[in-house]
Design a protein around this ligand. Structure first.
Ligand code: C2E
Ligand code: MG
Ligand code: MG
Ligand code: MG
Length: 289
């Protein structure tokens, strides 16, 4: 009977669905308790000043080590959101990020860390308190911390979102809009919310300098400047992209061109290489006068 069923397209489709459901359920099971078992870890990716090459900030990105395999966020973040387990996990990330800021400061590096805020976490009543608790527990300068928010988070309940963002902004925490240009919200929100930075989504960077992508990226840069916002390009991989972004006066970039997300130890090495030494411009000026 099984062999016969398999020959029918319909049955095959159903069995594929079942496979996926089984995989989904087992991932969910393995995921519960992953935080307590210490299976999560954070990698960091530099954000680089396009003019000076200095690493200003790094973005914290979550990884899950399961059975010797490193599992990327697209395979488990939505599951964590469904179970609301994303809240304790995000609180852990915020505290880890603050500890890492303090650790780099001890090593002599002033570098900020951004964390990605999930919709479930943002809508939780405790969101602002948890951010404040992480900052106070470690005792860092709140301006070293940044929250990356996606447009989708802002459109649901505008007044509540404004309230929360104003609250964390008043603590000194910086706010950026992640994946900018991919959401469906109106540009009007850029004035309503206390935003510091726009992060241009990789979709608008990847084909630069070809096609129309350059036009969208350069328009976002112009928009940012007009609104007095900082602007950063995501997913930068090539010399052409760097040249284009410099030419259009983009402030910072992030991408494999400098480094993929790496361990805190590897970030220290990059900081040593890119952020230490005398301020380059003034030294060069003197040499060439
Ligand atoms: P995102 O916040 O937009 O992060 C950027 C993603 O692009 C990261 O993928 C990063 O590894 C990748 N990336 C960076 N530079 C390049 C590049 O030059 N080329 C290419 N092809 N990719 C690049 P990752 O780490 O897999 O994260 C994917 C998404 O998962 C993130 O997108 C974010 O939305 C979510 N995520 C990651 N960590 C967390 C977290 O701690 N909390 C929450 N709520 N979401 C997270
Ligand atoms: Mg992000
Ligand atoms: Mg992004
Ligand atoms: Mg993105």
């Amino acid at each position: 009977f099984h062999a016969k069923a398999k020959r029918l397209g319909h049955a095959c489709y159903r069995s594929e669905m079942t496979d996926r459901l089984v995989e989904y359920r087992s991932t969910q099971e393995r995921l519960s308790g992953a935080l307590e078992r210490g299976e999560f870890f954070i990698v960091y990716q530099p954000k680089v000043d396009l003019q000076t090459g200095v690493i200003r900030d790094v973005e914290a990105l979550l990884r899950w080590r399961y059975n010797g395999e490193v599992i990327p966020p697209y395979r488990f973040i939505s599951l964590l959101e469904q179970s609301r387990e994303i809240i304790p996990v995000s609180n852990w990330i915020a505290t880890q990020a603050c500890r890492q800021i303090a650790e780099w400061e001890l090593q002599g590096y002033k570098v900020g860390v951004s964390i990605n805020v999930s919709a479930v976490q943002f809508k939780d009543d405790e969101f602002c308190d948890m951010i404040a608790a992480a900052i106070n527990e470690v005792g860092i300068d709140p301006r070293s911390l940044e929250c990356e928010i996606t447009e989708g988070l802002l459109i649901d309940n505008v007044s509540e979102a404004v309230d929360k963002l104003v609250q964390i902004k008043e603590m000194g925490v910086r706010i950026s809009i992640d994946d900018f240009g991919t959401g469906y919200s109106s540009l009007a929100y850029l004035r309503q919310f206390p935003i510091d930075t726009l992060k241009i989504d990789r979709a608008f960077i990847k084909d630069i300098p070809h096609a129309d992508d350059g036009t969208i990226a350069s328009s976002i840069i112009v928009l940012s400047k007009a609104l007095g916002l900082n602007v950063i390009a995501e997913g930068v991989e090539t010399d052409e992209q760097i040249e284009f972004l410099k030419h259009h006066d983009c402030d910072e970039y992030q991408g494999y061109y400098m480094s993929p997300p790496v361990s805190p130890e590897e970030i220290s090495v990059l900081l040593e290489r890119h952020n230490s030494g005398a301020p380059r411009e003034s030294v060069d000026d003197e040499v060439f006068v």
